[in-house]
Ligand binder design. Structure first.
Ligand code: FRU
Length: 547
């Protein structure tokens, strides 16, 4: 985490310590095998008030207070679980709990009580959850398989006292579909190593079918470390990877590792995600990916991917400023077969200052990750989950227009339809000579959000500098955000998701993705396609209000 972020994140810690010393806080000293009974049992319904205009319609937001990373993403018995880094007592970062919600369609979420709270080993930092269907841990039974959460215990008292090795990995389990949790008596299952490591966190575990064992990846400052286990309780270290690879300049956090089949060849590659704070392509936090192979306990880069890294630099899952710490769902049924991803739709640079008060931050739209073949080897793409398309209301379509200057593609006088909408645009670049082609959203307050394509640089961009409030942070609207156009070909395609305070651009089938938040006080009323330096051949544009 960069210095200002660290500073802001530790502010509430001192407040917390004062409470802890007074003996009046909820820090939990119960025996580790006891279920978490002291947890807040119910949540108030999502608040209503001045913040409502920014509360997403179809993105996940916490019912109240602070949220950062998605955690414990797991599917079981018809439900997608989303746990998340949560401080239920404040709207800034503090003693971390795991908040919890479930959904059957990844879009409509039911809030559940907090699942895990800090205890004598520390705060509950990021981690994952798996279904132990083989009952390797012995926590469940054949009829009632255990859902096992694997997370980092962060000992804030030790950290504040200058102890370097203050993070370790622990587990907890539930045999009632994630509704109640018991922390394992033998925690931590991976103590901080010797010599100690300051940053040693965010375990992500999969069942490795090639070795019939559990495989963990965790982040350790400028690299990842791999561990293996037969029972989720006893872990042995396999190897480390990443020092000097890809983007550095910050701390590696929240990694993920999984095999994925490439669409066309059917060949399987291993994908490694690694979030980096700071050092993202447009500043602050962002998530890079690597493609390679995991065998004999080691990760190695795919040759073509290594060449791509050398020629083009780091590869990002999303080039916008607001997609961090994203990881994928475990145990999605084989018949479904998708590798589903969600990220935290914010950036440590300003996440604690954004203008919502009663709740803070949202998740990105859930996305399906795929490997796509290109001439230069496989790349990772992401597209909104197909469940979202079911929420499209009848669209307003325009086809075959030559745009020189501007063309209004949607007018929404009451400001009710664009707020949560999907805009799909196709341009024939072969018949276009415009230097810039952009989509502009406008409202009655004179705000403008722009995103589009710059032909000469072959880049996409988003520009939120005139889109609402900026004063809450000097680093929120510092410049135009840019991303390479990775897709090739004459057909430029844009899918744009709007949801009250966010925009997600999926260009060329999800080969370039940009996610950004903004804070406007009155809703978008007009969507316009504009060109500069020439004309654009619009094949088709459709605006779907999302219901
Ligand atoms: C990433 C992160 C993780 C850590 C968590 C703490 O945003 O810094 O590395 O586990 O947040 O809330």
């Amino acid at each position: 985490m960069c210095v200002p972020a660290a500073f802001y994140r530790l502010l509430p810690v001192s407040i917390y310590l004062v409470f802890a010393l007074c003996g009046s806080c909820s820090r939990d000293e119960r025996p580790a095998e006891e279920p978490d009974r002291a947890l807040r049992a119910t949540y108030r319904q999502p608040t209503s008030g001045a913040d409502d205009k920014w509360r997403a319609a179809y993105h996940f937001t916490p019912p109240e207070q602070w949220m950062n990373d998605p955690n414990g993403l797991v599917y079981h018995d018809g439900e997608y679980h989303l746990f998340y880094q949560h401080y239920p007592d404040s709207n800034v970062w503090g003693p971390m709990h795991w908040g919890h919600a479930v959904s059957t369609d990844l879009l409509d979420w039911q809030h559940l009580p907090v699942a895990l709270a800090p205890d004598s080993l520390g705060y509950i930092f990021s981690g994952c959850a798996v279904m132990d269907y083989g009952n390797t841990s012995g926590f469940g039974s054949e009829d009632r398989p255990a859902m096992v959460a694997i997370f980092t215990h962060h000992d804030e008292t030790a950290r504040a006292g200058g102890v370097v090795g203050h993070q370790s990995q622990s587990i907890a389990y539930s045999t009632d579909r994630g509704r109640s949790w018991t922390k394992y008596g033998g925690n931590p299952v991976i103590p901080n190593p010797t010599p100690p490591r300051a940053d040693f966190r965010d375990p992500k575990v999969i069942w490795n079918e090639r070795t019939d064992s559990w495989l963990m990846v965790l982040a350790a400052k400028d690299r990842v470390v791999f561990y293996e286990s037969a029972d989720l309780k006893t872990w042995s270290k396999l190897s480390e990877w990443g020092s000097g690879q890809g983007a550095h300049g910050g701390i590696w956090e929240c990694p993920d590792l999984f095999p994925l089949r490439e669409n066309t060849s059917g060949e399987t590659y291993w994908v490694l995600l690694s979030s980096l704070n700071a050092g993202g392509p447009n500043g602050g936090s962002a998530t890079q990916y690597f493609i390679g192979e995991f065998s004999d306990g080691r990760f190695t880069l795919n040759e073509s991917f290594a060449r791509r890294l050398a020629e083009e630099g780091p590869q990002w899952i999303d080039y916008g400023r607001d997609n961090y710490a994203g990881v994928t769902w475990s145990d999605v049924p084989k018949e479904d077969g998708r590798r589903l991803f969600v990220g935290w739709m914010s950036n440590w640079t300003y996440a604690q200052q954004v203008p919502t008060e009663t709740w803070r931050n949202a998740m990105t739209v859930p996305r399906a990750l795929q490997l796509q073949r290109t001439e230069k080897g496989p790349i990772l793409t992401s597209l909104p989950v197909r469940e979202l398309t079911e929420h499209r209301r009848p669209g307003v379509e325009l086809a075959d227009r030559r745009i020189e200057g501007s063309l209004t593609v949607f007018e929404d006088e009451r400001g009710q339809e664009l707020a949560a909408s999907e805009i799909v645009i196709e341009i024939d670049l072969g018949k276009s000579d415009a230097a810039q082609i952009r989509l502009v959203l406008k409202n009655e307050a004179g705000d403008e959000l722009k995103l589009g394509y710059n032909r000469r640089a072959n880049t996409y961009f988003t520009d939120r500098r005139s889109a609402g409030r900026q004063a809450f942070s000097d680093s929120f609207a510092t410049g135009v955000h840019t991303a390479p156009r990775i897709g090739t070909g004459e057909r430029l395609s844009l899918r744009v998701l709007l949801d009250r305070n966010s925009v997600e651009l999926f260009a060329d089938g999800g080969t370039t993705v940009m996610t950004d938040i903004y804070f406007i006080d009155s809703p978008w009323t007009t969507a316009i396609i504009e060109t500069t330096g020439g004309a654009a051949a619009l094949t088709k544009s459709t605006v779907f209000p999302l219901g």
